[in-house]
Design a protein around this ligand. Structure first.
Ligand code: ZN
Length: 379
């Protein structure tokens, strides 16, 4: 495939913006200018120091929305980069630069797909929205989450949502995501009574009680998963106890754990099952919860099939539909849109030093996106 292509030029320009979270560069303005030449109108909605752009073409249904972010994670130790992270550089078939994969590459592919769709004289029988936030890689409080909380979109406004995050594993389109697991973290402190190891009757060893609690926590069956989700998993990430000396029974033990959960259960049920186990031991404890995302799932096949067929036509791959991986802004969009698919570049190098994409992959993804536009908007 030719290196001299429109996606490459566009990505080269996008990578130049040093748009570490929250993106305060002119990257969004550059994108808005490009889209305005195609007839899009852009509005900016700003919360705190986070700029969110919404570019719209048309007003009719169906409405296809592309969701993404212009911010990037910091480059880290610059001396470890082969090249300047903000100058997209070709090297042995790869393009190296911060944000090349996550996710300026995906944005460049979608923008070019629209341009080529229009240049070919094809109609858009419906409307397109491109929603880009400057705060996905950070706290993600004032980005897509806030747009949804503030009811900038309502249920029914958006028919199909394409999240351009790097969903692919080895080849473009080998994996798409139709949902993500929910995530809850618990911090638990079990309180005993500190004392001398030689006088256990005068102390209460919380480590001993903890071993019983742990074995019972690990036995909890939260659910069996379903067609799209593996069973909910409980993982302990940290345990800390002990004073550091050999002759003291400690007064407390701290534990941290995380639950990645399916749509077959919910946060309330999970917390209840866990506290039931702890309560049975009659020990004094404190627990705090951090709920970082509800699970979501697209079960309707229409848009999923559009994406699968579009991939098949370009790559001949049979796509795996998955809910694995970390959370994404799809979880917020799920509140207003029933059909959400994540489909983008490969995630092999994201957030790493020397983040890169294969040159050829840009063309492939752009062509898949073009197919999606044709299928959604053919009258
Ligand atoms: Zn991303």
């Amino acid at each position: 495939m030719s290196l001299n292509n429109a996606v490459l030029d566009l990505l080269t320009d996008l990578v130049k913006f040093e748009s570490v979270t929250p993106d305060k560069s002119e990257c969004q303005k550059y994108i808005a200018d490009y889209l305005s030449n195609l007839g899009f109108k852009t509005e900016y909605i700003r919360y705190g120091d986070v700029s969110n752009m919404i570019s719209t073409f048309g007003a009719e249904g169906p409405c296809l929305v592309f969701v993404g972010h212009t911010d990037v994670v910091p480059p880290g130790d610059l001396s470890q980069w082969k090249y300047n992270p903000y100058r997209l550089t070709q090297h042995e078939g790869m393009l190296i630069g911060r944000g090349a994969a996550d996710m300026k590459g995906g944005i460049a592919c979608f923008m070019t797909a629209i341009k080529e769709h229009c240049d070919a004289g094809k109609d858009i029988n419906g409307s397109i929205k491109i929603i880009l936030t400057a705060d996905e890689e950070g706290d993600a409080i004032n980005g897509i989450r806030k747009l949804i909380d503030e009811k900038v979109f309502n249920k029914g406004d958006l028919d199909y949502c394409l999240v351009g995050e790097p969903s692919s594993s080895d080849e473009i389109g080998d994996v798409i995501r139709n949902g993500r697991r929910g995530s809850i973290t618990g911090h638990l402190t079990l309180h005993g009574i500190q004392g001398h190891v030689a006088y256990p009757e005068k102390a209460e060893n919380p480590i001993h009680t903890c071993s019983n609690i742990l074995s019972n926590l690990l036995k909890i069956k939260f659910d069996s998963g379903n067609e799209f989700f593996p069973p909910t998993s409980f993982q302990i990430s940290n345990i800390n106890a002990g004073t550091g000396v050999d002759n003291v029974i400690p007064g407390k033990i701290d534990l941290a754990f995380n639950i990645r959960y399916s749509t077959e259960t919910n946060a309330h049920e999970i917390k209840q099952k866990i506290t039931d186990v702890i309560d049975k031991n009659g020990i004094k404890y404190d627990i705090t919860w951090k709920h970082s995302g509800e699970p979501f799932l697209t079960t309707e096949r229409k848009f999923m099939n559009v994406c699968k067929e579009s991939i098949k036509e370009v790559t001949e791959l049979d796509t795996v539909v998955s809910t694995n991986g970390g959370t994404s802004d799809g979880r917020f969009m799920a509140k207003v849109c029933d059909q959400i698919i994540e489909l983008g570049l490969t995630n092999r190098s994201i957030h790493k030093i020397n983040e890169s994409v294969r040159e050829d992959d840009l063309e492939v993804l752009k062509n898949i996106y073009k197919n999606i536009l044709s299928k959604v908007f053919s009258s």
